[in-house]
Design a protein around this ligand. Structure first.
Ligand code: SAM
Length: 227
């Protein structure tokens, strides 16, 4: 049993930058250089990163809509001893992006598969680290659902006793804050981190009304933290 696992390839879950291309660990670069294939959520984004570090590897796309055939291809590569790195468009694969599904499936089909984390940037952890809010306990709720259950989601955020972290994109940030405001006690403290590690990084701190009045530019990627 163990021998079989040794002959198999390994799947490395490699964290990549959330904006600033220099935010990548030495181990992540070594891993990307050493593997046989790189699985990438968007191969254009993946290629840009690999080009920056002069890494030339065959890439395979893997995203939310990847089908069973792609899964079999990945399994067969691992069965044949090929080492694979999974990267997604930003940060740590599997955190609100494809990755978990791949690992879940692989483990379901073969309990011996070796999946190794190569830790690094993650938007929610970066945001929490500068929030100044209690982080000994926190709840991460990911993206608000697009259609149904939005009210339930915002109620859960508003009623949480711990620090709550959510993700949102620029297209929906104002809608999201507007809906959150309906349920949130007006004196709750909020930190909004926009475009972390990028040129237009902006941190808003205050009550929801103050932030909505001050928010000048809603383009980009956002992490919202409520306490
Ligand atoms: N796997 C990623 C991670 O480790 O954080 C998250 C991927 S999720 C598809 C993308 C969301 O993460 C964005 O919509 C935004 O909410 C958040 N995000 C990613 N990069 C960010 C950044 N530089 N600044 C603020 N939020 C960011």
């Amino acid at each position: 049993m163990v021998d079989m696992a040794i002959n198999k390839g390994k799947l490395y879950i490699v964290a990549t930058p959330i904006g600033n291309m220099a935010d990548i660990t030495l181990r992540a670069l070594e891993t990307l250089k050493s593997v046989d294939f790189v699985l990438s959520e968007d191969t254009r984004v993946g290629k840009k990163l690999l080009d920056q570090y002069k890494i030339n590897k065959p890439m395979i796309s893997y995203h939310h809509h990847s089908e069973a055939k792609k899964m079999r291809e990945i399994e067969s590569l691992l069965d044949n001893g090929k080492n694979i790195a999974l990267i997604t468009d930003a940060g740590t694969p599997g955190i609100s992006d494809p990755g978990n599904l791949l690992i879940e499936q692989l483990i379901k089909n073969d309990k011996e598969v070796i999946v190794a984390p190569i830790p690094g940037p993650c938007a929610l952890i970066s945001a929490l680290s500068i929030s100044g809010f209690p982080t000994d306990k926190f709840i991460f709720l990911g993206f608000p659902p697009h259609k149904n259950k939005r009210q339930k989601f915002f109620k859960e955020v508003a009623n949480a006793e711990q620090t709550v972290v959510i993700y949102e994109s620029g297209h929906r940030i104002l809608k999201c804050l507007g809906e959150l405001k309906e349920f949130l006690k007006p004196d709750k403290k909020i930190v909004i981190c926009r475009e972390l590690t990028k040129m237009f990084e902006t941190i808003y701190r205050g009550k929801i009304d103050e932030i909505m009045n001050n928010m000048k530019d809603e383009r980009g990627e956002f992490v919202i933290i409520i306490n």
